[in-house]
Design a protein. Structure first.
Length: 316
């Protein structure tokens, strides 16, 4: 068992390092080919922390581990709110912008409801996946239009986030090495996760909902903790909500378009409603002063711990 845990940890490290190199290389290459820093920065901020989920899901789907792929996305969204927002709120009170409560949060809840409706027949088929991807295209258009109306200082900050040193050769090398790290890390994580599920006597869906989901959420956790520590508390919340939308629309959509995904009944009546409930919890927790403080962070962490205990009860 220790070997499988070590392989999983090594795969996770390789995945995170590969994602960082790939995103930096892609950003630098885009700048070299004349794409504006604003557009590049906007894309990197939205997609950067979701690369590990994408790599793991594509690998799991191609290997036929569809339960693990579905569990990874739903579990990652639960971890984003319960674990990441909870931890970040302990570092510093998090400001929830009114625009987020009126625009991004309803879009997230709508995406959760759409997923539930599409999965009612027990499958996410290729057409369902394409529908989710179409929703992602609409989302990106909305984000781009809103970002263009942001103050000039915010647009400059997005542009600065796209800076990457080096020319075509260096950034090309980053892309190649990063892609290799993503592939290798994802394969190690998926294979070791399946082995751990067998050793522990639990299903691949549960392993995807728990340790794989937490593992692929670590980049969001790091980004949100750093943002909260620096005082960029609105960025911490934005990272989480944006990642949840990317996970549901882009990554799950691409996974279903690649191969139809069976949806277990427990997902329809337990995990997907719980994912929606975690997102809904932001509203009452942030009411009044629109702030998630340490008390609310503890509530989110307690709820996440209860979710983990429920999913892993077969280990006891």
């Amino acid at each position: 068992m220790l070997i499988e845990i070590g392989v999983f940890a090594g795969g996770l490290l390789l995945l995170v390092l590969g994602a960082d190199a790939f995103v930096r290389g892609a950003g630098g290459m885009a700048l070299r080919f004349g794409i504006s820093p604003f557009v590049v920065g906007l894309t990197l901020v939205g997609f950067g922390t979701s690369v590990p989920e994408m790599a793991v899901n594509m690998t799991a789907v191609l290997d036929g581990r569809t339960d693990l792929a579905v569990g990874n996305i739903v579990g990652s969204n639960i971890a984003n709110v319960g674990l990441i927002l909870g931890c970040a709120a302990l570092v510093a009170p998090l400001t929830v912008q009114m625009r987020m409560l009126r625009v991004e949060m309803p879009l997230l809840l709508l995406s959760c409801a759409l997923l539930w409706l599409l999965a009612l027949n027990g499958w996410l088929g290729r057409f369902d996946g394409l529908l989710l991807l179409a929703g992602f295209v609409v989302l990106m258009g909305l984000i781009a239009s809103q970002a263009r109306s942001e103050p000039e200082a915010v647009q400059e900050e997005l542009g600065h986030s796209a800076t990457a040193r080096g020319g075509v050769v260096i950034n090309g090398t980053r892309i190649v090495l990063g892609f290799a790290g993503l592939l290798g890390g994802a394969h190690l994580m998926v294979d070791s996760a399946v082995d751990l599920a067998r050793l522990w006597g639990i299903g691949e869906l549960v392993i995807g909902l728990t340790i794989v989901a937490i593992g692929t959420s670590l980049p969001e956790l790091a980004a949100s903790l750093v943002a909260a520590w620096r005082g960029d508390v609105d960025i911490a919340v934005g990272n989480v909500v944006g990642s949840c939308l990317f996970n549901l629309l882009l990554i799950l959509g691409a996974s279903a378009a690649l191969r139809p995904l069976p949806i277990e009944s427990s997902m329809l009546w337990v995990e997907i409603p719980l994912m929606t409930a975690f997102a809904l919890a932001i509203y009452p927790l942030a009411r009044g002063d629109l702030t998630l403080g340490r008390r609310q962070g503890l509530v989110l962490l307690a709820a996440f711990a209860a979710f983990m205990g429920y999913e892993l009860q077969g280990l006891y």
